[in-house]
Ligand binder design. Sequence first.
Ligand SMILES: NC(=O)c1ccc[n+]([C@@H]2O[C@H](COP(=O)([O-])OP(=O)(O)OC[C@H]3O[C@@H](n4cnc5c(N)ncnc54)[C@H](OP(=O)(O)O)[C@@H]3O)[C@@H](O)[C@H]2O)c1
Length: 219
Amino acid sequence: MATVLVTGCNRGIGLELCRQYLARGDDVIGVCRNSNAELIDLGIRVIDGVDVSTDDGVARMTTALADVAIDVVINNAGILRSDTLDTIDFDAMLEQYRINTIGPLRVILALRNNLGKGAKFGIVSSRVGSIEDNSSGNNYGYRCSKAAANMVGMNLRHDLAAEGVAVALLHPGLVATDMTGGRGVSTEKSAQGLIARMDELTMETSGSFWHAEGYPLPW
Ligand SMILES: NC(=O)c1ccc[n+]([C@@H]2O[C@H](COP(=O)([O-])OP(=O)(O)OC[C@H]3O[C@@H](n4cnc5c(N)ncnc54)[C@H](OP(=O)(O)O)[C@@H]3O)[C@@H](O)[C@H]2O)c1
């Protein structure tokens, strides 16, 4: 049994990750801004009031988890503010950067003392953050924030190696959630793949960018 922490746990992919880790017997800590009935019904430990884009938010999590050893952290919290070249909103770009890029960094720093040798950190990124894979344009804010999140993950791979913490960058697939207006594969299928990728993660594969379906993605 592992102790697993998931951010953005109140809906979408995060909620399903919690459900599946719990179903297989892991000890699950769900972290979110606002809890809800569906999350409470799972019966997991929930830490709410945690906005991953603020110091105060993540400090709440650090305080609540003092002395708790965590085996797996998945930073899943993220936002998409769609744009085109004609509709770019620079404030929205910065908002996405604060949540999608700096968010995972704030979370790992806040939980560093909870992670020991053998712990794993997964960042739910997106293949639209891949520069090589970009064949369609648009979504400047989201693409840039996820490309930079990939750099955060690769840097952490190096900087956390001495502490024995492995890092994975994960693309969940196109998944039917609020973010996509319900388009894509089920959260069940996506979470199953993401959990399998986290299970396979080792110090040797640390710093790789994986599709939930199990194949590597280009940077
Ligand atoms: N769905 C897809 O096809 C797809 C594809 C590629 C990557 N992803 C990535 O997968 C992750 C999960 O997405 P999803 O599809 O499940 O989206 P979602 O249904 O919109 O859920 C997003 C989650 O992130 C949380 N969140 C947003 N901003 C936050 C903040 N500042 N602090 C804490 N939590 C915050 C939300 O909480 P609130 O309820 O408080 O807003 C919610 O729990 C995201 O990182 C997304 O970029 C999704």
